[in-house]
Design a binder for this molecule. Sequence first.
Ligand code: GLC
Length: 733
Amino acid sequence: MDVINYSLTRDKYDSMFLPRSKYSDLGKLNEVRIQDNAILVRFDGYDLRIQGTADGIIKFTWTDGPVMPVADPEFVKPAQDGQMYRIGNNTLSLESDGFSIMDGSGITMHREFFPVFAETITHSFEIHPGDMVAGLGERAAPLNISGHVFRLWNHDANGSYGPDSDPLYLNAPVILHGHAGKFTLLFYANAGDATVDAGYSNERRVSFSFRSKPLAYYIITGSLDSIYEKLSRITGKPYRPPYWAFEFQQSRYSYMNSREVRDLVDGFVSRGIPLGAVYLDIDYMDRFKMFTFDNQRFGDIGQLTEYMRERGVKLITIMEPSVKMEPGFELYDEGLRNGHFVRYPDGNVMYAPVWPEMAAFPDFTDANTREWYASKYDFMRSMGISGFWHDMNEPAIFVAWGDNTMPRSAVHSIGRHEEVHNLYGYYMDKAAYDHLSRIERPFILSRSGWAGISQYAWIWTGDTETSWKELKQNILTILHMSLSGITLTGCDIGGFTGSPTPELFIRWLQASLFFPLYRVHSDKKSKRREPWAFGDHEKEVIDVIRLRHSFVPHIYSEAVSSSESGVPILRPLFWVEPDNPVMMTVDDEYMIGDSMIIAPVVEEHAVARKITLPKGRWYNINDDRIVEGSFTMDVDLGTVPIFVREGSAILRENNGIELHLYPGSQMSRRVFYINNGNDDARVEIEFDGGNIAISPPKVPGIKSIIMHGFSGGDLLLNGETIKTGDGVINLML
Ligand code: GLC
């Protein structure tokens, strides 16, 4: 009944209150002049402002609209040069139908057309055959998205999805295009509904059609590293997460009571399997009421978390934006009394059905509401809960028909729902982050979000189906997030809906090996997925979890670097050889930082795997042999092909941290971070096959240095000769 009533009410309000948009025409161009740090271009209908930085960001502002969570970089004064304008290291030319942007060497990086203002606002730019086009947030799409149409509207995929499903839970108006090492990125500061025609109707064009204002976008040029550094200046840098969050995590919908969770933890401890955290899904709550625990099942929550703490395991609870409509339920009463809930345009509170049946929804776009809601996390922390899992925050609503979210006409503090929809989850994450980060580095895992979400939360790819094709797809979905500047990501290992064969599960654990989030999670109906549920294959499952555990210090170090630079942790292979078209076709391997490649086996019953490596010399991490180019490798179920670029330093956990050096022919310089509690030691190392200089000279936590590919002779460590044998050597510090 609730779902029918809600669907009717939503339709009624939307038909009464949604303005029919028709934007006035652009008209003709009247005047161009430089004023302060901007170029002003006056059309009959709109005044365009163009601003730019010294180093390759150009912002176009055609209209204003709801205020977006973005920060302008520092703009410089443009200079006129005939028909051209110089802005920092770029040149802009004004043409009869649009603009071109040239880089310092005069090469056209981007050509775009004047927007078309009608029922929607359409902005288009040119692409060329062979261009890479990627990004847009979370996409179940090929690596190159050209030839497809997408929607930017955060959406609950209704319990299960596979390749080609669109849209998904997180949309980001970020798109990368280019080829031959010349890339341009566009970021639209608009969180409303939009359609993106990426070379589908016209293979030479990408068009964004927005239903609501503003039309304001940033065009960013430069190397891939510098593009993402610049994007993070606008959308926010990834935060520095807690170390424990990178450990293996076990989840299920749902571990039903304290006993079950204790047994689970005991199962890991007794077998010596690394375990960082366990999750409680919705059944821990009292009738799905936020900030409550079911008394029967989790009445001893404090003792449970204490038991887990003694064993080094964290407990994470699911959190929902829905607040059960139940007079007498304090959270609901308070929210109502203080006006914290989203309303209809006539002032009535908007109620809609989700897990707790009819519920109200905090307006997280309002700073006071954020503070109010987030203060309740203190209670969860006092019960020993260490991390928070934000689900259903697209927001998802149960409907009988139509769109499974809030009414488009609903009102938020910063605008109508349809204008700011894609920010609902983002602001829920910000609420918790802002509050918790005053005390510690928070761990928030969120299903929804927007550009810049990595400054507050981690993202997982939601309710994926359990299939071989989805295993492969997942890698690309994660890479699209990286290419949108979203870096703390992961998936439900094994897929959400379904029961993987042991082979598929092991391959999934392997393929996700370097995803920042490493979590097994699955639906109620799925078979158990604890490592010991895999019978004869238990050992292979545990081996992969241990392998992951050994790389945690390295993944963590990459995450800290990413929080400093804004450059995503996981990258497609074309990142390091952007002018080689072959690299743009590699869609089943990925890089972690710029030093390691994983080419996971993602085909059923595979006995061999084709590997493609970017130029240069790579160590096969499994046997230290140097490999190059393209080749085929024999594989069995335990094989995880991982390659380390020569000149790299890799951190590995092995009862203390080992620093593995893979020397190249020249001196290499690397920087990494070692976590020591709440702080990180920044370590610099320079090395070749015979010399190592490390600073600071004594790094707490590092127990040994291992030199790979070492052929004997003298080895100098910070100037002192060390006695060594052949091959891999151990230097006890
Ligand atoms: C949603 C989530 C899933 C969770 C389930 C129950 O489908 O995506 O991870 O287990 O809700 O809370």
